[in-house]
Write a protein that binds this ligand. Structure first.
Ligand SMILES: Cc1cc2nc3c(=O)[nH]c(=O)nc-3n(C[C@H](O)[C@H](O)[C@H](O)COP(=O)(O)OP(=O)(O)OC[C@H]3O[C@@H](n4cnc5c(N)ncnc54)[C@H](O)[C@@H]3O)c2cc1C
Length: 414
């Protein structure tokens, strides 16, 4: 019979401890770590940080969100304010202009911004994970000194150009080429759907290019380089206030030193970048779902039909209960992936799981939240309609749902 707890000194516990000791497994009292192994509370610092971003999103972003979306206007003024708060370079060291935060803080900030407005959130997240991170991770000291202070502080923005017209999920099919001529990389080709590439404060784009037979490398191309053309902003279903462009390069020459990291390592580098970026997009899924839930919860208590608030109907209650449950699960996945990364542990599998799960959960939640709004939810004046449009890309960008399943399956040894 198994009892709930074994008294100290009982034959079972003594024997099992002796066995542990013989095998060299440290007893509890001998363990190196004396802090609890599982702690699901945010630290006071993380809580304070979350409240600061939440207040900013509520006080500064919310009043502008509808207008920015309607006018498809890039939120330049809010980027400036986020820079002042240190939100444009959360995971980069302070000595390089960043905020010196961890991945968990970054995920929390992305969630809080997305809860209110996805365009503002993706502007910050793409700049951090895709624009600045490659230079921070793979750049030489000189490249870091040249770019990081202006990027991590948010004074300027950066973009990452991987996708091409014929190279989406199959990003290794890049056709853009870079040829080394007289000490310069001469780039020719094009990129598609690149976030933050064409704003007034964009400094550069890091692109993947073929630098030889079966060889992909990353190269930094500063905005304004002759031969580098940026299209007008693309018209989109959602993320309307974020900057999305098509890029073209025609004999565009940049110094040889603009190669990022080792020649031929571009494929490995962008896979690493995407792994980290997925945590941020997964945090967007949680934030969007939370924002949709908040709206539906408030609306359900206010809207009356059949003589009472619709929140008194069990069908509505169950829907909200399901949403709240899924959001908790999604947030736990995101925090776990962030925690693994912050502890220097492998996190690619969990990042893909978090991205997949939160992409799909945000779809379910925003759909249910709009349903609770009835016909009013279909009207532009109601924020839920914007969240509904903003959601779909979370299942496509930074790797589609199918690509996440491919990544997870690979980690399962399949
Ligand atoms: C608003 C926006 C912003 C973006 N920002 C950036 C950016 O900043 N930088 C950047 O480089 N890219 C960016 N992208 C591109 C984005 O990452 C790609 O759209 C995405 O990776 C999918 O590629 P694709 O659109 O070519 O779709 P495709 O790869 O053509 O996929 C089409 C469909 O086929 C499925 N599919 C493909 N291959 C397989 C397979 N082997 N098995 C099963 N199903 C498969 C896909 O899952 C999808 O459902 C952005 C896109 C958008 C819309």
């Amino acid at each position: 019979m198994i009892t709930q707890s074994l008294p100290p000194g009982s034959s079972f516990s003594t024997a099992s401890r002796r066995k542990q000791s013989e095998r060299g497994i440290p007893r509890p009292s001998e363990r190196r770590y004396h802090r609890p192994r599982v702690d699901l509370d945010l630290s006071p610092e993380h809580e304070l940080f979350r409240d600061t971003v939440r207040d900013f999103a509520h006080d500064r972003v919310a009043p502008l969100a509808e207008e920015l979306d309607r006018e498809s206007r890039f939120p330049l003024e809010l980027v400036g304010e986020m820079a002042e708060l240190g939100l444009m370079g959360i995971p980069f060291p302070e000595k390089l202009g960043g905020a010196g935060g961890d991945t968990l803080s970054y995920a929390i900030a992305v969630e809080e911004l997305t809860r209110i407005d996805s365009s503002v959130a993706i502007t910050m997240a793409a700049h951090t994970s895709l624009g600045t991170m490659p230079i921070y991770l793979f750049g030489s000291d000189a490249q870091r000194q040249e770019w990081l202070p202006q990027l991590a502080s948010g004074e300027r923005l950066a973009a990452f150009g991987l996708t091409e017209a014929d190279a989406g999920s199959d990003a290794g099919a890049t056709r853009t080429t870079a040829e080394l001529r007289d000490g310069q990389w001469v780039v020719s080709g094009s990129k598609m759907f690149i976030t933050n590439a064409g704003t007034d404060i964009t400094a550069c784009v890091t692109i993947t290019a073929r630098t030889g037979e079966d060889e992909i490398s990353n190269i930094v191309v500063p905005n304004g380089t002759p031969g580098y053309e940026i299209s007008a902003p693309l018209h989109k279903l959602g993320w309307k206030a974020s900057d999305t462009r098509a890029l073209s390069f025609a004999d565009c020459a940049v110094p040889q030193e603009n190669l990022l990291g080792e020649r031929g390592q571009g494929l490995r580098q962008f896979l690493e970048i995407l792994d980290g970026g997925r945590i941020a997009v997964a945090a967007m899924g949680v934030g969007l779902a939370q924002g949709a839930y908040d709206l539906a919860h408030a609306y359900a208590r206010e809207r009356r039909q059949f003589g009472r608030p619709i929140s008194s109907f069990q069908a509505i209650q169950f829907r909200l209960a399901d949403m709240a449950t899924e959001i908790e699960a999604g947030r736990a996945l995101v925090w776990k992936a962030a925690w693994l990364k912050d502890n220097g542990r492998p996190f690619a599998r969990e990042a893909a799981m978090a991205k997949l799960y939160t992409g799909e959960l945000s779809n379910r939640v925003v759909n249910g939240a709009l349903q609770i709004h009835g016909g009013y939810g279909y009207m532009d004046e109601f924020a839920i309609s914007r969240l509904y449009r903003d959601q779909k890309i979370l299942e496509i960008g930074e790797g589609t749902n199918e690509v996440q399943r491919m990544v997870i399956a690979r980690h399962l040894g399949l």
